[in-house]
Write a protein that binds this ligand. Structure first.
Ligand SMILES: *[C@@H]1O[C@H](CO)[C@@H](O)[C@H](O)[C@H]1NC(C)=O
Ligand SMILES: *[C@@H]1O[C@H](CO)[C@@H](O)[C@H](O)[C@H]1NC(C)=O
Ligand SMILES: *[C@@H]1O[C@H](CO)[C@@H](O)[C@H](O)[C@H]1NC(C)=O
Ligand SMILES: *[C@@H]1O[C@H](CO)[C@@H](O)[C@H](O)[C@H]1NC(C)=O
Ligand SMILES: *[C@@H]1O[C@H](CO)[C@@H](O)[C@H](O)[C@H]1NC(C)=O
Ligand SMILES: *[C@@H]1O[C@H](CO)[C@@H](O)[C@H](O)[C@H]1NC(C)=O
Ligand SMILES: *[C@@H]1O[C@H](CO)[C@@H](O)[C@H](O)[C@H]1NC(C)=O
Ligand SMILES: *[C@@H]1O[C@H](CO)[C@@H](O)[C@H](O)[C@H]1NC(C)=O
Ligand SMILES: *[C@@H]1O[C@H](CO)[C@@H](O)[C@H](O)[C@H]1NC(C)=O
Length: 317
């Protein structure tokens, strides 16, 4: 079915290209007639044949070039008409796959509308009712995740391959309401998920401290994230872990809410084996992960109360 959609999409592209080609050929014929009015019919036809042949060859080349672009590149290039693109990432959203043949959607918020999330983000509109904002995704080693504080703050990578959305954005989203998180890991050719009912990333002056609780795992995934509950974010150039002897981020690669050092580190080096690897300790102590994804979804509004010591307490219900 997806193949069929893809085909009809390309067919439409080809048809558009051909019509353009015919119009171009007609124009060229007129130009040619103006340029060489005195020629005899035979020469004219000969000239015209050559011209049409050249034009057709260049159109064919253009079509071949277009066919080699992936759907993702076409989407990123803005080929899809605006009314087909989703405007927000919400639970219960429905996208017609005939027109929008992607597993995930890239949301480009309309800047002239008052919206809470103003930056582009990747949306899983399929899993479990959709509405999941993807904050991390890895499937290959083509993006290096061993980066400094500023890169983790602002985000890096590409939505269609590997990326980190950025701590500042994650902070803004997760403090605008109650957010749950779904972590998906592929290991030994099996997909594992870990769900947490609450996921909050605090502000930069609090070193993007993590609050994560309410674990609901499937099968044997294991609760390897709770270990990082209430820990500060660290990168090799900003050591906020509680290990007196080590700089965990330098020792283990990536940026994470390291403690002493970790129970998971999904931002570790892709393809590494051992302490430096991207890993989820309850599944594999050595890494060997084949796919990772972290995505968040809103399920309620936020209530914040001031406690006696003046620090904000986030409602944990
Ligand atoms: C087309 O016609 C022009 C003008 O007569 C001539 O100079 C040119 O060589 C012709 N081109 C071909 C490919 O025959
Ligand atoms: C048309 O162009 C192609 C490629 O440029 C060439 O191989 C072919 O011989 C041409 N045909 C005629 C009829 O000129
Ligand atoms: C998608 O659009 C096509 C064409 O308008 C329509 O036939 C089909 O029922 C739609 N699918 C869904 C799931 O709405
Ligand atoms: C953005 O929103 C404004 C105001 O609602 C609307 O006029 C405009 O057409 C929208 N732009 C796009 C690209 O959807
Ligand atoms: C990733 O970047 C870090 C920091 O620049 C560098 O030390 C490391 O060798 C890079 N890793 C790979 C696999 O290229
Ligand atoms: C936008 O943010 C406000 C305040 O943080 C919140 O009350 C509201 O529910 C949010 N709207 C959406 C659509 O998330
Ligand atoms: C990997 O999967 C295979 C096939 O399901 C299973 O036999 C094997 O025990 C698994 N290995 C690990 C380390 O989980
Ligand atoms: C950062 O968050 C803490 C805890 O919620 C809060 O007390 C502090 O005022 C915040 N700082 C800034 C600059 O927003
Ligand atoms: C975080 O790391 C920076 C730079 O190493 C340091 O100045 C700061 O005190 C650390 N903060 C915490 C909470 O550990």
């Amino acid at each position: 079915m997806a193949e069929k959609n893809r085909c009809s999409f390309f067919l439409a592209l080809v048809l558009i290209s051909c019509c353009e080609g015919l119009i171009r050929a007609e124009r060229a014929e007129e130009e040619l007639k103006e340029k060489v009015p005195g020629l005899d019919v035979q020469r004219n036809i000969y000239n015209l044949t050559n011209y049409i042949n050249d034009t057709l060859s260049s159109i064919q080349m253009e079509i071949r070039r277009k066919m080699t672009l992936t759907l993702d590149q076409l989407e990123l290039a803005g080929v899809f008409p605006d009314h087909i693109r989703p405007k927000t990432c919400e639970k219960g959203m429905v996208l017609n796959s005939t027109y929008y043949p992607f597993s995930y959607a890239i949301i480009y918020p309309n800047q002239s509308m008052p919206m809470n999330i103003t930056f582009p983000h990747l949306c899983d509109h399929v899993t479990d009712g959709g509405g999941w904002i993807v904050i991390q995704r890895r499937s290959t080693g083509e993006v290096n995740f061993t980066r400094g504080w500023n890169d983790y703050k602002h985000g890096f990578g590409s939505f269609r391959t590997n990326f980190w959305l950025g701590n500042e954005k994650i902070h803004q989203i997760t403090t605008s309401g109650k957010y749950e998180i779904k972590i998906t890991i592929k290991y030994n050719n099996t997909l594992y998920t870990a769900d947490y009912r609450r996921f909050i990333v605090q502000n930069e002056s609090w070193k993007y401290r993590l609050l994560v609780f309410g674990y609901r795992g499937t099968g044997t995934t294991g609760n390897a994230m709770y270990f990082h509950h209430q820990r500060y974010f660290s990168t090799f150039d900003s050591d906020n872990d509680s290990n007196y002897y080590l700089n965990c981020a330098r020792e283990n690669t990536g940026g994470w809410w390291f403690f002493s050092c970790y129970g998971s580190n999904l931002n570790g080096e892709w393809g590494a084996y051992g302490p430096k690897a991207a890993r989820w300790n309850t599944l594999s102590l050595f890494g060997e992960l084949q796919y990772t994804e972290m995505k968040i979804r809103k399920w309620g509004s936020l209530t914040i109360t001031n406690s006696r010591n003046g620090r904000d307490q986030v409602n944990t219900t």
